[in-house]
Design a protein. Structure first.
Lengths: 179, 72
């Protein structure tokens, strides 16, 4: 279980003054030290100018990070606390913005979901957590709304994070704003 | 209960002080190691796949902001 504590975070090695990027070092179980890049990028959808994506991982050669490398941190809680603390500071500086976490695969999404659940009380002092599902419109004849290629047309529906939902009932997308 | 309340307030004050120090550190921009080049994310974002129009986005954000406002 990952325990979040904003008083226990890794110091940044480097940090952009607009908080778009930050690097810290995380000791690994095998005795090595891995750099972790935290990025806060504008959402790729131009229709969502007030949504930014928070992500992190070991840096790659292109200025991004690997999201498919499984690291074994000696202090998982401290890693996540460091990432979320950075996000918290970003939101304090930009209080009208929303941070989103996609979770590039089910493993990551499960990790984020369980982290929200297990740190519900602590995080509720700082953030309002939102879960987003996709929904499909059902017509009166019980057919589904489809796009112009015949595929089901799903639309996002946000809700206050439901802490009763288990790891087998993940949201499609996770977002949070300042409390 | 008062003791617990004061402890929690104290803890949050510590964290706010830490945030303020963090902000100052960012302003002076530590940069002791080479920073990665800032690049646009190339990831396919799942939310972007279901927001297809300005109207979709406005509806979504209006609903989200309403939820957050009620929760605060």
């Amino acid at each position: 279980m990952v325990t979040i504590n904003f008083e226990e975070t890794f110091d940044p090695v480097s940090i952009e003054n607009d908080f778009s990027q930050m690097i810290f070092n995380s000791p690994q179980v095998d005795g090595t030290i891995r750099q972790i890049l935290v990025k806060i990028d504008p959402h790729p959808d131009l229709y969502l100018p007030n949504v930014f994506n928070l992500g992190f991982g070991p840096p790659d050669e292109t200025g991004n990070f690997h999201d498919d490398i499984r690291l074994k941190h000696t202090e998982n809680g401290k890693v996540f606390s460091t990432v979320l603390f950075h996000g918290l500071t970003f939101l304090q500086v930009n209080p009208d913005l929303t941070l989103g976490i996609d979770g590039s695969d089910d493993v990551r999404a499960t990790m984020y979901h369980l982290m929200f659940k297990s740190n519900r009380e602590y995080l509720s002092d700082f953030f309002v957590g939102i879960g987003v599902d996709w929904y499909v419109r059902v017509y009166r004849d019980w057919s589904y709304e489809v796009d112009n290629t015949g595929n089901i047309l799903s639309k996002p529906k946000p809700e206050l994070f439901n802490y009763e939902r288990t790891r087998h009932d993940l949201y499609r997308y996770y977002m949070f704003q300042l409390k | 209960m008062t003791k617990l309340f004061n402890y929690i307030c104290g803890m949050n004050q510590n964290i706010q002080q830490k945030i303020d120090q963090y902000k100052k550190a960012a302003q002076t921009s530590l940069g002791s190691n080479p920073k990665p080049v800032r690049s646009k994310s190339v990831r396919v974002d799942s939310l972007a796949q279901v927001i297809r129009s300005q109207k979709d986005a406005e509806n979504f954000m209006a609903e989200l902001n309403s939820i957050v406002k009620r929760a605060r």
